[in-house]
Design a protein around this ligand. Structure first.
Ligand SMILES: *Cc1c(COP(=O)(O)O)cnc(C)c1O
Length: 397
């Protein structure tokens, strides 16, 4: 029942404190040579974000290219089964099929404004890589995407998709040859390429100003949903706001629209990638945050059926929101997520990304356990569509 306790504490989700701090988390732990570059990105973002010209250029791209605003869809049949009112924020309906496009369009516009003709990105299963390649093509930039060799083998279709879009994909052969190593390699490459390249980070992670900037670029989810909820619900604000958490960008963008309300904020992690729920404080990829670590402080590998939740860390602002008690975090197993994906498919005609299915699974579990007041209103961000997961589902069914 602990989720029903409202614990109002100040958490505005505004600008981080000095040097990019969210409480004890965040900051900018980068090699000396990247310090001026991070300052330059921060100054450029600060300047762009208060420039109505930049805002309107981004809004135009989000509308004309990405298909915003995305609808708010009541999950009619599942709501009736669960005894709650479940509203789905449909990021799965954006161009390229997930919320990642909101962030990459913002950063690609910023790169162009900074006079950087090339985007560098890391990618795990390829979703952020594809989004980056898409934004680069749209704005006439080049893209270099670092991807662990194992992921390159497993995700041949996304590798090809990036190449069709004109991006260069660089296989990373170090370490476990997955996302963590691709991120380290992308940062190493950036050190030697800051004159022409801009590092486009895929979630609310990395050194300051990225966690703040990416959350601001994803805030569009929460701001739109706030207006749509006001129109949809008599009371105006939902009782609960729920989103899945990998690095935490779709959740942060969603929470930002509701942090100043009475809504309870719930982040849902994969059991095998539960950095908020089970991680320990450490520094990786430029920020102090919570990471899965072994007893010696070595970063452990994350494992999830949902490729986007397969990162052993989480954005620093989530660690802070947890410490404040303003957001709560729960975990869901692979099996529960798959079950929830199938249930949503069969009740609503929507096949969600397995990442998003984690959020659905938590709502189902909480409602069926009687932990949600009957008649509660729940806003859930459906971060992406499930087409990319169909082969994985085929093997599991
Ligand atoms: C990448 C991804 C996620 C996880 O990233 P966050 O930064 O936590 O939002 C979630 N859902 C989908 C569909 C994704 O592609």
């Amino acid at each position: 029942m602990s989720d029903l306790q409202v614990r109002p504490r100040p958490a505005s989700m505004g600008e981080p404190a000095a040097r990019g701090r969210f409480g004890e988390f965040g900051g900018g732990y980068v090699p000396e040579s990247l310090v001026p570059t991070c300052h330059e990105v921060e100054d450029a973002f600060r300047d762009a974000w208060r420039d109505p010209g930049f805002r309107s250029a981004l809004d135009t791209l989000l509308a004309a290219h990405a298909g915003r605003p995305t609808p708010l869809t009541p999950a009619w049949r599942l709501s009736a089964e669960l005894g709650v009112t479940l509203l789905l924020k449909r990021e799965d309906l954006t161009h390229t099929g997930s919320h990642k496009i909101n962030n990459v369009l913002g950063q690609a516009l910023l790169a162009r404004r900074m006079g950087r003709p090339r985007l560098i990105a890391e990618t795990g299963a390829g979703q952020h890589g594809v989004a980056t390649a898409t934004a680069a093509a749209l704005l006439g930039l080049r893209a270099t995407v670092f991807m662990g060799e194992r992921d390159v083998e497993r995700q041949a279709l996304n590798v090809f998709r990036m190449r069709v879009l004109g991006a260069e994909v660089v296989p990373v052969r170090t370490g476990s040859r997955t996302l963590k190593d691709a991120t380290s390699e992308a940062m190493r490459h950036w050190v030697g390429a800051t004159a022409d390249a801009y590092y486009c980070v895929g979630s609310v992670v990395g050194p300051h100003p990225y966690p703040w900037m990416v959350r601001e670029f994803q805030r569009v989810i929460g701001d739109e949903a706030r207006r749509q909820c006001a129109a949809e619900l008599g009371s105006g604000v939902p009782d609960l706001v729920v989103a899945c958490v990998g690095g935490g960008s779709n959740a942060a963008g969603t929470f930002a629209g509701f942090v100043d309300t009475s809504a309870r904020l719930v982040g849902v992690e994969a059991d095998g990638g539960a950095s908020v729920s089970r991680g320990r404080v450490g520094v990786l990829h430029g920020a102090r945050s919570l990471f899965l670590q072994d007893d010696d402080g070595q970063i452990s590998e994350a494992h999830s059926v949902a490729p986007g939740l397969d990162y052993p860390g989480v954005g620093p602002e989530h660690a802070y929101l947890r410490d404040l008690g303003r957001a709560r975090y729960h975990t869901v197993s692979d099996a529960e997520a798959v079950g929830a994906a199938l249930r949503l498919a069969r009740t609503e005609g929507i096949i969600p990304a397995l990442e998003s299915a984690h959020a659905v699974a938590w709502v189902i579990r909480a409602a069926e356990a009687g932990e949600l007041e009957p008649g509660s209103t729940v806003l859930l961000t459906l971060s992406g569509r499930g087409d990319k997961d169909l082969t994985a589902l085929m093997e599991l069914m």
